[in-house]
Design a protein around this ligand. Sequence first.
Ligand code: URA
Length: 301
Amino acid sequence: MPILDPELRRELANRIRYYNELGIYDFYRREGSAAEPLVAEAELAVAVESTVADFGAAVRSAGSTPDEMTAKRILQIIPAVAERGALQVLAPKPEWSVTDPTDALRIIREDLGDCTRCRLHQQGRKQIVFGVGNPQAELMFVGEGPGADEDAQGEPFVGRAGQLLNNMIQAMGVRREDVYIANVVKCRPPGNRTPERDECDTCSPFLLRQISVIKPKAVVALGAVAAKNLLAINAPMSELRGRWYDFRPAGGDSSWSGTRLAVTYHPAFLLRDPRQKGEAWKDLQMVMKYLGLKPPQKIAQ
Ligand code: URA
């Protein structure tokens, strides 16, 4: 089995999911085509995803056992998944055993533990910065990774960039405590460097689980690192901004159709280049329109 580019595989999986949503399940594959293993892999990814989602829903609604059909599908899929060494995809997540998002987030935090999964744990982090806010938030912001202030206080966006993010949130007519804020990586990269690809890949499953639990109506990716990691698209900010993306992390609640994701500039970038604030405001206005938010009224003096 060739090693497949994860981005290509994800794009193919998205395409197949799209066809599935249109009711198309059978695909003609040219015999011996170079794309054949890739298509098979992507089909498998979609099958696994929907099976795992059904399994999660069954566990939540029935309390313990999935229905017979789902169990059969899991048994059919396991050998194919095992062959490709992708069994970890099937593991039900511990937070699926609870319905309350506060409990579910606590379980994810416990699962993260005193994380040593990537090198960031040895590079001077003081603590893990998990996330903060309303576990049932309609709006979620995702940044890159904690800086020095966040590392010291254990909360995302509490430094200078955080002050600007607070102003942005306030300008949207919501309070910081009403939204949820998290980062792609939960440990401070040394010297505030950009997190490496493997660090993001190791940590982002926890972010996706947070999103799946919170089920926000909209996610705002702050900056290119957050956008590229969430969307698995490698494009410049100029192309990423100004539009909505349908976004649904794999697995989890099959009754949740997903969220919409918008991209805007990172507040730290806006501190360096304040002329772009108008552009960021346009992005936020798109989000406000979707969520029915109005900027706070100025009180006449
Ligand atoms: N920058 C980020 O991306 N996240 C934080 O939490 C703080 C600064």
